[in-house]
Structure formats: C-alpha cells, structure tokens
Design a protein around this ligand. Structure first.
Ligand SMILES: Nc1ncnc2c1ncn2[C@@H]1O[C@H](COP(=O)(O)OP(=O)(O)O)[C@@H](O)[C@H]1O
Ligand SMILES: [Mg+2]
Length: 287
C-alpha cells in the first residue's frame, strides 16, 4: 500500500537559545515508503529526528502518526509505533546481543513491573515469547550466530545492525535510522541497503539520514534535503539529484567528483597524519 501518510511533520521549528536549528520543516512519510533525509553537517537532521520521537518538544509545529498527534515523551512515541536508531550507537555494552533486543521488546509488552515480582506462568510465557521474537529479529538482521556475544565485543557494523534489531523489537510502523552505515565498509553498506529494503517489505515505513548520497539515491523513493534548518528541495532521487540548488548548496559538485576529490585530498595529506572529518560535527542526540 502506498500513498497513505503514516507520519507527518507540519511546520516543525526548533530554537535553542538564539539558534534556529529547524525552521518550518514539513515531511510526509507514506505507508511503504523509504524516505531519505540528507544535508550538510549541522543542517538539523538529528534534531528533526529528536522532534519526531518526542526527545525534543518542537518550538512550533506538530508531528502526527496516522493523524494522531504524538506526545513529547520518547517512551510513549515508541509504544505509538515510531522506533529509531542513534547516530552515536546506544546499546547496553555489558549485555548480550539477545538481551539488548529483549530490552526493546519489553517496551512493547503489556505486563507491568509487578508481573516480574511474581514470576507466574503468564510472565514466563511472555518472557519466552520475547526471547523467541528477539532471536528471530537477530536472524533477520544477520546476527543470529552472535546472539550470545556481549554487544561491546561486536564489530562496529554489527552493533549498528543490532540497534536496528532492537528498534524493530518494538513492532514499529515507522523506523527512523540516523546514519545507519556510518563507519561501514562497502560490503556492510550494501548489506544494510538490502536490510532496509527487507524491512520495508515487512510493512514498516523508513526514514534514513545518511551522508552517502549514492546510498540514499539508490535506496529511497523520496529524498528531502535540509540545509541550515530549512527544507531546500524534496522529490524523487532523480529530481533531487538534478536540482541545481542541491548541486550548488549541498553537493557543490556532482557526487562522483566530490568523492574523487576527497580521496585525492586524503592521499595528499596522508603523510601529515591529518584527519579529514567528513562528519565530525555535533550530534544533536546527545543529552
Ligand atoms: N540540545 C541542543 N542544544 C543546543 N543546540 C543544539 C542541540 N541539538 C542540536 N543543536 C544544534 O542544532 C544544529 C543542528 O544539529 P544536528 O541536528 O545535530 O545536525 P545534523 O544532524 O544535520 O548534523 C547544530 O547547530 C547543533 O549544534
Ligand atoms: Mg546528525
């Protein structure tokens, strides 16, 4: 099913002191859609996710899920059906992969905290079901074999996938991914692209923030470009890719040329141990 809005942001603005991080941003996510959100560092992408998930209360504007206004409370937003991952990974490092996913599952379960005091049969059935579903999700993201590993011992790419499994454990209708391929090699990036397609197949609509424009243009049905807190352009990948304002304001040059230049610069400066920060900016999801 496509064409029905599931998530809608209307005129969302976010002001921090004197800084306007978002200015009247609109977004409509349809059922079955994969929407890409791109823009330079500091454009307000993470801040926008924080507004969509109740972590921040927008200064102005509204966020609705299937027409119902979402509360300014992250736990309630999760229960309503919006799940996310974070630009800077947030896992429980001393818990196993499976335990991390079970935690996500718990945010969805009906039994209250008292149930765990009594450990009755209903409680045990619930726990078993949570484990079974969590294992299934680990298989789904390709981590079934490492379910017993402590999450801190997993390679970086696996930790990112584990975060996705934990988000999926909340049974979302919308999944928000903040830079899911950051730090991944090309093979892992491609596996993540395929995973996002598979997630869409399960009926979850997805919004993805990424810097890798090739990844975004080959993944998304719709792309929104945020620059200095404002929506600059939105449309199909073809429309966005060809828009002169995007090329000028965001890419500066065609993506291939930009990448070639970055590689060249990296080679030139390798001897001087200079670090090129493509995304070293602030992360609005730090609290
Ligand atoms: N909690 C906050 N307090 C003050 N400024 C913030 C906060 N969160 C984000 N910002 C600012 O908002 C702007 C957008 O940041 P961010 O949303 O992280 O951008 P992006 O994710 O596009 O790189 C930045 O100037 C950042 O410093
Ligand atoms: Mg960000």
């Amino acid at each position: 099913m496509t064409g029905t809005p599931v998530l809608a942001a209307r005129d969302v603005s976010m002001v921090f002191g004197g800084l306007t991080a978002l200015s009247e941003v609109n977004l409509t996510l349809d059922e079955g859609q994969i929407l890409g959100l791109i823009g330079p560092n500091g454009a307000g992408k993470t801040t926008f996710f924080n507004c969509l998930t109740g972590l921040y209360t927008p200064t102005r504007g509204t966020v609705t899920l299937r027409g119902t206004r979402l509360p300014s409370d992250p736990a309630a937003v999760t229960v309503a059906g919006v799940a996310r991952t974070f630009q800077n990974i947030r896992l429980f490092p001393s818990m196993t992969a499976l335990e991390n996913v079970v935690v996500g599952r718990h945010s969805r379960m009906k039994q209250g905290p008292l149930a765990s005091l009594f450990h009755g049969p209903a409680y045990r059935r619930g726990e078993q079901a949570a484990r079974d579903r969590s294992l299934e999700l680990l298989e789904f993201v390709g981590l079934g074999r490492v379910h017993d590993e402590l999450s801190r011992n997993l390679p970086y790419g696996d930790q990112r996938r584990l975060e996705i499994a934990r988000a999926l454990a909340t049974d979302p209708s919308v999944l928000l991914l903040d830079e899911p391929t950051a730090g991944m090699n090309p093979q892992e990036t491609e596996a993540t692209r395929q995973l996002i397609f598979a997630i869409r197949e399960t009926g979850v609509a997805v919004v993805v923030i990424e810097h890798d424009t090739k990844f975004i243009f080959s993944l998304c049905d719709h792309v929104s470009v945020l620059v200095q807190g404002k929506l600059l352009v939105e449309g199909t990948p073809d429309v966005v890719r060809g828009d002169p304002r995007v090329i000028e304001a965001y890419l500066g040059k065609p993506p291939d040329e930009v990448e070639a230049e970055v590689r060249h610069y990296a080679d030139e400066t390798a001897d001087h141990t200079q670090v090129i920060e493509l995304d070293g900016g602030s992360e609005g999801d730090k609290r």
